[in-house]
Design a protein around this ligand. Structure first.
Ligand SMILES: Cc1cc2nc3c(=O)[nH]c(=O)nc-3n(C[C@H](O)[C@H](O)[C@H](O)COP(=O)(O)OP(=O)(O)OC[C@H]3O[C@@H](n4cnc5c(N)ncnc54)[C@H](O)[C@@H]3O)c2cc1C
Ligand code: SF4
Length: 362
């Protein structure tokens, strides 16, 4: 790792005025290229950033450490039933929060399943959302791929077993690496940030992440002078239930191969009034599947209805040479997420209970 300067941010404004590049901008170009920017980058817990530095993928001149900014810490229950989660809140704090466990179960479950206990105790929510993708070609200094400003995507002809099965035809086939993002998008979260000019902005998480067809060199809309201050969750409608499920090769210390968040607003007798189904590790962004939601909304939920929604969600998938296994995996997980969400209600409808639970689905 190259030598770098270290500066503790004294305020949000101090950080936004000092940062010169995003991490993605600082990674453009070949490692060791003298023309690469002498970047000043924001660091939260540093779990991802320091890995990139140790691997020689980014060599900033200076880090601005925001981890001591108390204004960005903690979880607040808003008066209207929603939640404001400070940017520096750790994944462990989110997983253990009783209010989130009760009202936004999908998020608490996703945070609890991410990484390992040690990492969850350090990793911040904003840093998690902005971590760079896990594609091994991106993370290899020897591969100058499209996302780093090169001309080739090595995954198409190479080892693409962990890559995207949808929205993967536009020059880059990453999957978005954030586990909480899948649940946050299903819960209709909003991202709040402050710009270098002091302006405070807030926007839905849906639309915050950037597809390769929009720009293959970045994963999100923020510029270098923008600092995430909080993630906001709206108050859930009455009778909302939610769940997050994932499947990984290892039980801990691993990203999911496939993940699903389901948020359902339920009416009487198992009727679904509103559904939001989001897939993780399927696409370059957390991937909402409106075609599956349409099959659930207005219907009495049943095992067959959940299976029809799963089929609809995967109907347009375009798997690569090594990842078609994800299709049946996602099918099973979508059904499982719907069952789990409905089952988390105090009185699950008989139409779902008749399916006999989720044992043996995968
Ligand atoms: C072995 C291992 C397993 C893992 N498994 C998972 C997993 O299963 N699921 C998962 O989701 N993640 C997983 N991770 C990733 C881990 O959760 C992230 O690396 C971590 O959350 C990053 O947070 P951080 O606070 O350390 O961010 P940093 O590394 O400090 O920063 C990451 C990026 O965000 C930017 N940044 C940070 N905070 C802000 C802010 N407030 N405003 C603007 N920019 C900001 C930084 O400039 C940098 O570009 C795993 C990591 C490891 C090492
Ligand atoms: S999938 Fe994206 S990050 Fe991976 S090699 Fe292709 S262009 Fe690079």
């Amino acid at each position: 790792m190259d030598a770098f300067e270290w500066k503790r941010a004294t305020s949000v404004q101090d950080a936004t005025s000092r940062a010169t590049h995003t991490t993605a901008e600082a990674m453009l170009g070949m490692p060791g290229d003298r023309a690469k920017p002498q970047a000043t980058l924001v660091k939260a817990a540093g779990v991802d950033l320091l890995d990139l530095m140790k691997d020689g993928l980014v060599s900033p001149r200076r880090l601005i450490d925001i981890s001591g900014l108390s204004a960005l810490q903690g979880i607040r229950e808003d008066g209207d039933g929603g939640f404001t989660i400070g940017a520096l809140t750790t994944l462990a704090q989110i997983a253990a929060h009783p209010g989130l466990q009760q009202h936004c179960a999908a998020l608490a479950e996703a945070a609890a399943l991410a990484a390992s206990p040690q990492i969850r105790n350090r990793a911040t929510l904003a840093g998690n959302l902005l971590q760079r993708p896990r594609c091994w070609y991106l993370r290899s200094a020897a591969h100058h791929c499209v996302r780093k400003g090169g001309e080739h995507c090595f995954a198409y002809a190479g080892d693409n077993r962990y890559h995207a099965i949808v929205a993967n035809q536009d020059g880059c086939a990453i999957v978005h690496p954030s586990t909480p993002a899948t649940a946050l998008q299903a819960l209709q979260a909003q991202v709040e940030w402050v710009q270098g000019n002091g302006e405070r902005r807030i926007a839905p998480l849906e639309g915050f992440f950037v597809l390769p067809s929009q720009d293959p060199h970045r994963e999100h809309v923020l510029g270098a002078d923008a600092l995430i201050t909080a993630i906001k969750l709206p108050a859930p409608r009455p009778s909302t239930c939610s769940a997050y499920v994932q499947f990984s090769e290892r039980a801990s210390f691993d990203w999911p191969l496939a993940a699903v968040a389901a948020v359902l607003v339920m009416g009487d007798g198992g009727a679904c009034l509103q559904a939001r189904i989001v897939l993780g590790a399927a696409a370059p962004v957390a991937w909402r599947v409106p075609q599956a939601e349409a099959i659930l909304e207005g219907a009495t939920l049943s095992h067959d209805r959940a299976k029809a929604a799963a089929d609809a969600a995967l109907a347009t998938a375009t798997p690569l040479s090594g990842n078609a296994y994800k299709i049946p995996l996602f099918r099973a997980l979508i059904v499982r997420a719907i069952h789990k969400a409905v089952g988390s209600q105090t009185r699950a409808p008989a139409s779902m209970a008749a399916a006999g639970g989720t044992a043996g689905w995968l």
